[in-house]
Design a protein around this ligand. Structure first.
Ligand code: 13P
Ligand code: SF4
Length: 303
């Protein structure tokens, strides 16, 4: 089947099965074309929680599909490729987190949404790149164990100097690979460009940036900016979103591809709609506690 046939079959099945496709900003361009909604992790979680559709096909990575299932357990949620995980999420395990909680018994635990359901269940509240600072600021606790992204945790600590943020040794390989040299060379080539960096980038990259923003924040910033050129320090798929939603602006990618994000393809989405594979299940006790952490995040995030 060619792309056009795949897309038309997917549209038909979405209608027949009362299904929606939620896609992360890093997905492939052809996935954007079949998606009902494209967004960042927070926006996707909200869409999943509020949808009336019976089936959610998630074009993203596993923690995103899991969060959708936790927030809207009555729905069938499927991830077209179950091996599409997030290596950053794998840095945190429940066992290690329990040890850390014993060590810092007065600390609250904030779990970045890029974590397993089990880690969310062991945490007080979740956050995404869009609300990490806001959530940590609003928590009454002065000490916070921030899991599992060290760079995002460090960035939060820089914004909230009065709080003690206990960092975790986890990182995203896509953002960690962005080199100072690459950013500096690109800045020389495009001296008028504004540099936008995702908070998962290491400190030396964040320091070279004009703004540190999650993917949704990047899109809003660009839309409201009069500047015509931007250097984008995040996963390269973000350029598709930026290009589609703006006119006359130029974007230059500083980051590479997230290989697991790119595992989602049109044939796999079609297969998922036809067969319901692979359905996401989260053990009830874990889901209940993880839901509390996700709901608390939503409650604490300004409208
Ligand atoms: P956003 O929530 O900013 O889209 O980030 C998700 C992610 O996985 C970044 O690598
Ligand atoms: Fe995980 Fe990094 Fe891929 Fe985002 S870009 S899904 S943090 S591996």
């Amino acid at each position: 089947m060619n792309f056009a046939e795949l897309k038309s079959r997917i549209s038909e099945l979405k209608r027949v099965k009362n299904a929606i496709i939620l896609a992360h900003n890093y997905q492939l361009p052809e996935i954007y074309d079949v998606a009902d909604f494209v967004g960042d992790s927070f926006e996707l979680a909200i869409r999943a929680r509020e949808t009336d559709a019976e089936v959610i096909v998630f074009a993203g990575v596993k923690f995103m599909a899991e969060s959708a299932k936790i927030l809207n357990p009555q729905k069938k949620v499927s991830l077209p490729d179950l091996t599409a995980g997030c290596p950053l999420a794998d840095f945190a395990t429940v066992e290690k987190l329990r040890e850390r909680k014993k060590e810092f018994s007065n600390a609250a635990v904030v779990a970045y949404i890029n974590s397993s359901a089990a880690v969310k269940a062991e945490s007080d509240v979740c956050c995404t790149s869009a609300n990490a600072v806001e959530i940590c600021r609003k928590l009454p606790a002065q000490q916070i164990i921030f899991v599992p992204d060290r760079n995002l945790g460090e960035w939060v600590a820089e914004q909230l100097p009065k709080k003690k943020i206990i960092l975790w040794e986890g990182h995203c390989y896509v953002h960690s690979k962005i080199s100072v040299e690459k950013v500096e060379t690109a800045k020389k080539l495009h001296p008028q460009a504004i540099v936008l960096a995702h908070p998962e980038c290491p400190r030396e990259i964040r320091e070279l940036a004009d703004e540190v923003l999650g993917t949704g924040g990047m899109l809003n910033f660009v839309k409201n900016s009069k500047t015509a050129a931007f250097l984008i320090a995040t996963e390269s798929g973000m350029l598709e979103r930026l290009n589609r939603e703006t006119h006359g602006k130029k974007f230059f990618a500083l980051g590479g591809e997230c290989l697991t994000m790119k595992k989602i393809t049109l044939p796999k989405i079609l297969h998922s709609l036809e067969n319901g594979e692979s359905e996401i299940e989260v053990e009830a006790a874990v889901a209940e506690k993880a839901r509390e952490s996700l709901e608390r995040m939503i409650e604490l995030t300004k409208k």
